[in-house]
Design a protein. Structure first.
Length: 507
């Protein structure tokens, strides 16, 4: 279905929902009363607090983030939730270190047929993304390039290999280049070495004389290091291995070719300059069933944003939609589920994570160090950007990967009074499924749905402000998610994966 057809379908469905809402009786009973606690005014108030200038953009780590985490905890306490963090607290803290790359001690080495080439980080190499591994990284090499797309990458065998990524830097960078790079990282290679055909002098001129400091998640679980090396330095090794980069760049088809003749080693050395930490905030509503209360449904959202833009006249990135809206949603849902007489059979965890903007840090740490047994978590419903774009439509990413999609469809159809239609992923080429915190649950085997209104012109800008949030729309989305949570929480069976999705996604 084209984007236009998808939009037409969404608008048609929303219109149909509106007509049905005018005819349908509104739900009554304790669950409806609990859902009624979710109001547009409460959403607006909470977004305003979380996205206030005093939070200074809630960067990870930062004092503003700590204030936001405490605010979430205070709301959970007010509703009577049980603390779900470490040692009986509301918080799970994870370690972060501030580091600086040692340029002199870092290098990329390629070898083939007795020929060796070393790309140093002061003249011919630079770090692009990923984390610095503990020790040197090497492995079998695979050449990737040509007319490569994210979909093509998903079919390549890149896991535990060193990817030599070939792009023509003399031409405009394709619009999907970021998605290709993300797809390669998600294939779990040992390292990615991009080979640049930029002029050597121009390449060297771009390199810093001293590496900048950066924060990193200090748990040894990060993504593969991604570096860029200048082709002129490694060309002798490529010739020895009979690799024709010009041919790869000309190819009109995706290229993925093992190159066993080449041995690639990436050695990055860092100096730790400071150590700190960041919080996840966790509250739990106990389930009502003596057996099923040991299973958990998780509602998650990231409470961090990107902080302050130095030198700008309006420097604070308030992050109202991204993701004060989702965090406010988790708080509103916690209040609804905490109401007397409506607790589902399963327990419900409300998880506000940090570090999402840095690379899903908080949810990654939680997935590796869960505060309840991971095998007892039956589903994750992730809220990330709920307050903008269409008034009667929300995108539910991941519907096809488990029977949560069918459950959502059933719940959505049962509540036309909400005038809200949950539709399929409209942007599969953007690979949003892999870009928010639910992914760290999915990769560990927990079925997940990601509710998302799409990006907009204020995304990651100082103009993402509270006054632009459609809190009335968000309140209807949250009511839909409340009813969805009740359905999952009371179902006799846990949600189940689609077998093919499980094979592709789960570690």
């Amino acid at each position: 279905m084209t984007r236009m057809l998808a939009l037409v379908a969404a608008v048609s469905l929303a219109g149909a929902a509106g007509r049905l809402a005018a005819q349908a009786p509104r739900p009554v009973g304790p669950a409806a009363d609990a859902a009624a606690t979710i109001t547009a005014s409460d959403v607006a108030q909470r977004v305003g607090i979380l996205a206030h200038d005093s939070m200074l953009g809630r960067d990870t780590p930062s004092p503003g983030l700590e204030v936001a985490a405490q605010y979430v905890a205070d709301q959970f306490r007010r509703f009577g939730l049980r603390p779900g963090g470490d040692d009986g607290t509301w918080f799970q803290r994870y370690p972060i270190t501030r580091r600086r790359l040692d340029l002199a001690g870092s290098r990329v080495v390629l070898e083939a047929g007795g020929v060796s080439a070393t790309a140093s980080f002061d003249r011919a190499a630079r770090v692009v993304a990923g984390d610095v591994p503990r020790g040197a990284v090497s492995g079998p090499t695979v050449l990737v390039g040509g007319a490569v797309t994210p979909e093509a990458v998903s079919r390549m065998q890149l896991r535990d290999k060193v990817v030599l990524y070939v792009h023509d830097y003399s031409k405009p960078i394709p619009a999907h280049a970021t998605q290709v790079a993300r797809a390669i990282r998600l294939s779990r290679p040992k390292a990615i070495v991009a080979i640049s055909n930029t002029d050597p002098a121009a390449f060297a001129a771009r390199l810093p004389r001293r590496a900048a400091e950066r924060y990193g998640l200090d748990v040894g679980l990060g993504s593969a290091p991604s570096v860029e090396v200048n082709e002129a330095v490694v060309a002798p090794v490529l010739r020895a291995a009979r690799v024709d980069l010009a041919e790869v760049r000309r190819s009109r088809e995706p290229v993925a070719r093992d190159v066993p003749a080449i041995t690639a080693t990436v050695r990055l050395k860092e100096t730790v300059t400071d150590s700190t930490g960041a919080p996840n905030t966790i509250g739990i509503v106990e389930g009502s069933d003596p057996v099923l209360r040991n299973e958990y449904l998780v509602f998650s959202a990231h409470m961090d944003h990107i902080g302050v833009t130095p030198g700008a006249r309006d420097s604070i990135n308030n992050g109202a939609d991204d993701n004060a809206s989702g965090t406010a949603g988790v708080i509103e849902l916690a209040e609804a589920f905490s109401r007397t007489g409506v607790r589902p059979k399963r327990s419900v965890m409300f998880l506000a994570v940090s570090g999402e903007e840095q690379g899903l840090w908080g949810s990654q740490y939680f997935s590796e160090h869960p505060t309840v047994p991971l095998e007892q978590i039956v589903a994750d419903i992730n809220l990330d950007m709920l307050g903008r774009n269409w008034a009667d439509t929300i995108v539910a990413i991941g519907k096809e990967h488990s029977d949560l999609g069918a459950t959502l469809e059933r719940v959505n159809a049962a509540h036309p009074e909400l005038r809200m239609v949950a539709i399929d992923d409209r942007w599969p080429e953007e690979r949003f499924y892999f870009r928010s915190d639910h992914y760290n649950f999915a990769r560990k085997g927990v079925p997940a749905l990601f509710f998302f209104n799409g990006v907009h012109q204020d995304y990651h800008r100082v103009t993402d402000s509270p006054d632009k949030i459609n809190s009335e729309k968000e309140s209807r989305i949250l009511k839909l998610l409340y009813y969805l949570g009740m359905e999952i929480g009371n179902a006799p069976q846990r949600p189940a994966w689609d077998p093919e999705s499980r094979r592709l996604i789960v570690e």
